[in-house]
Ligand binder design. Structure first.
Ligand code: NAP
Length: 294
C-alpha cells in the first residue's frame, strides 16, 4: 500500500473532544443542555447498532439523548404524532428518526414532519434548499464528514476536480453542493453514467457513495488521487461469517491513490461525530447563542 491512510476514527475523536468541550461551556455558561431525540421503529439489527452507537456518543460529548422505540407495526400516524411532540419539546434540539422505516410508513412524510431547526440529519427539503442556494443551515452529516476528511488531505478543495459517484438525496447530491461551496469542480456520476472508470480517472478526489461492494477498481483512480469511500456493504467473509466493506476495492486502490479512507474506520465514525456537531449547533441556534465551529 502506498496511499496515506485517512484515519476517520482519529479525526472523529478530535472533533468529539471539541464538541464535548464546547457542550460543557454551553451548559455551564448558558444553562442549556443540548439534547438529541433518537427514534427507532422496529427491530432492524443494523439500525439497533447504529442507534446504540449514536446514543453512546451523545453521552460522551456531554449532551443528553432520549430514546423512543416504536414497534415494527406502528402506524404512520403514531410516528408523526411522536415527531410532533418532540418538535415542541424545548429540551430536544435535534431529532433523528433512524431509517429505513417499515413499509407502512412513508419516510418522506416523516422527514418533512421534523421541524427544520431540529433536522440534525439534514434530510428535510428546506435544509436541502438552503444548502443548494448557499444559505446557512444544517449540513447533512455524511457529506459534511466527507468534506472534513478531504480537507485533512488537501486543506483547500478550491479548483480540484471532484468526482462523486452516487446522486442520492442524503449523500451524493448534498456532497456535490458542499463541494461547489468549497469551489471544487464537480462531476456527479450515477448508474446511467457512460465510461464511469474514465470519468473517475478525472478526479483529484473521488467520493464513492454507491452501495456496491468494492466497485471502484485500481484503474479507475488517477495516480495520487484522494479516495473517500462512503460505502457500507455487508458481504460474506472467508470464515463463513460476514464483514463490512466499502464501495472501493481498498487493497488495490490503496496502491495507486495518494490518500484513502478505510471501511470501517473512515467516513462512518466521522458521520456520527458530525451528528453530534449538528446537535450542538442546533441547540445554540435555538437558544440564540454563538454557534461553535471547529
Ligand atoms: P442510494 O440511495 O442507494 O444511492 C446510490 C447511488 O449510487 C445512486 O445515485 C445510484 O445511481 C448510484 N449507483 C448505484 N449503482 C451504480 C453503479 N453500478 N454505477 C454507478 N452508480 C451507481 O445509496 P446512499 O444512501 O447514497 O448510500 C450509498 C452508500 O453509502 C451505501 O453503501 C450506504 O450504506 C453508505 N452510507 C454510509 C454512510 C456512513 O455513515 N458511512 C451514511 C449513508 C450511507 P441512480 O441514482 O442512477 O440509481
Amino acid at each position: 500500500m502506498t496511499a496515506r491512510m485517512i484515519d476517520g476514527k482519529a479525526v472523529a475523536a478530535e472533533l468529539s473532544q471539541f464538541i464535548a468541550d464546547a457542550a460543557r461551556r454551553v451548559i455551564t455558561e448558558h444553562g442549556v443542555e443540548p439534547g438529541l431525540a433518537v427514534v427507532l421503529v422496529g427491530d432492524n439489527p443494523a439500525s439497533e447498532i447504529y442507534v446504540r452507537s449514536k446514543t453512546a456518543k451523545i453521552a460522551a460529548t456531554n449532551m443528553r439523548s432520549s430514546f423512543h422505540k416504536l414497534p415494527a407495526t406502528a402506524p404512520e400516524a403514531e410516528l408523526l404524532e411522536l415527531v410532533g411532540r418532540l418538535n415542541h419539546d424545548p429540551t430536544v434540539h435535534g431529532i433523528l428518526v433512524q431509517l429505513p422505516l417499515p413499509p407502512q410508513i412513508d419516510p418522506r412524510k416523516v422527514i418533512e414532519a421534523i421541524a427544520p431547526a431540529k433536522d440534525v440529519d439534514g434530510f428535510h427539503p428546506l435544509t436541502a434548499g438552503l444548502l443548494s442556494t448557499g444559505l446557512p443551515g444544517i449540513v447533512p452529516c455524511t457529506p459534511l464528514a466527507c468534506i472534513m476528511l478531504a480537507k485533512k488531505v488537501h486543506g483547500s478543495l478550491a479548483g480540484l476536480e471532484a468526482v462523486v459517484i452516487g446522486r442520492s438525496n442524503i449523500v451524493g447530491k448534498p456532497l456535490a453542493q458542499l463541494l461547489l461551496i468549497e469551489n471544487a469542480t464537480v462531476t456527479i456520476a450515477h448508474s446511467k453514467t457512460r465510461e464511469l472508470p474514465a470519468v473517475c480517472r478525472r478526479g483529484d478526489i473521488v467520493f464513492a457513495a454507491v452501495g456496491q461492494p468494492q466497485m471502484v477498481r485500481r484503474d479507475w483512480i488517477k495516480p495520487g488521487a484522494t479516495v473517500i469511500d462512503v460505502g457500507i456493504n455487508r458481504v460474506p467473509a472467508e470464515d463463513g461469517k460476514t464483514k463490512i466493506v466499502g464501495d472501493v476495492a481498498f487493497a488495490e486502490v490503496a496502491d495507486v491513490a495518494g490518500a484513502i479512507t478505510p471501511v470501517p474506520g473512515g467516513v462512518g465514525p466521522m458521520t456520527i461525530a458530525c451528528l453530534m456537531l449538528n446537535t450542538l449547533k442546533a441547540a445554540c441556534v435555538q437558544n440564540g447563542l454563538p454557534v461553535p465551529s471547529p
